[in-house]
Design a protein around this ligand. Sequence first.
Ligand SMILES: [Zn+2]
Length: 187
Amino acid sequence: MKKMQFLSILVITAFIFGCKEEQKEINGSAVMTQAAEVVVQTREVQDPVQADTIEVGNVTRTEEEWKKILGPEEYHILREAGTEPAFRNAYYDNKKEGIYYCGGCSLPLYSSNTKFDSGTGWPSFYAPIDPKLVERKMDRRYGMERVEVVCAQCDSHLGHIFPYEGVPTEERHCLNSLALDFKQTDI
Ligand SMILES: [Zn+2]
């Protein structure tokens, strides 16, 4: 009889411990999930391979609002489709590894992985981090037909896209440094 009692206690104890263990696992996996999400958020900026995790929202501001958050030069480039001078801009010769963000809304747009020296005096890339991050528009200003490239999230002017032989996409995204913010990262 005593043996039976002992066995019952053993079974009950085992059950209680089993529940605790399960509880722990649930808590553990919840913590793990949160940690994993943080890692993904960090990596989407640092590593272009995570491009599919970058979400493109919709940033709309009035011209007055744009003028408040941008300097006059940035405003001219981003909102009036201006062009900065060749060879006299921040990033044309920048060879550091990192990500180039939209100067209007901070969306990560281009990576040093696709930057190349075009010799034109403007920062040149053969592709954005992901095609969804930029939009193409026909630009017929100044009597020319050019393909304008704008940020997909805030519609700010970045530069133009030209045919270019010798790079994987056979096109050059000719951008204005003033339209971009560069942050150095280990890619
Ligand atoms: Zn933008």
